[in-house]
Design a protein around this ligand. Structure first.
Ligand SMILES: [Zn+2]
Length: 98
């Protein structure tokens, strides 16, 4: 039986998704998804893969939350103070075995 974490890994392999898409696609709470992603980020290397994170960005002024360590969506932009934020995207790639 596959675990939720394995399902997320499969869901993100080769296709970038944000947390809402993962949540809806797999029927998980968003806060569960964040917890799983943080674990996956630490453990995926051992499985021969890599989690790529496209940072959140402000849709108003283009500010990119590049230094953000947490995966949760920022509330508002530190530059223009608006809250039109595009949430981060997550993608998993596996290194080829050949
Ligand atoms: Zn902004």
């Amino acid at each position: 039986m596959r675990t939720e974490r394995q399902k997320i890994i499969e869901f993100l392999t080769g296709k970038e998704r944000d947390v809402r898409e993962i949540s809806q696609g797999l029927g998980l709470q968003e806060k569960e998804v964040y917890g799983h992603l943080e674990h996956i980020a630490r453990s995926i290397n051992a499985q021969g893969g890599r989690l790529k994170v496209r940072p959140s960005e402000c849709l108003k002024c283009g500010f990119v939350f590049a230094d953000r360590k947490r995966f949760t969506k920022p509330g508002r932009c530190p530059k223009c103070r608006k809250s039109h934020i595009r949430s981060a995207g997550f993608l998993i790639e596996f290194y080829s075995h050949s």
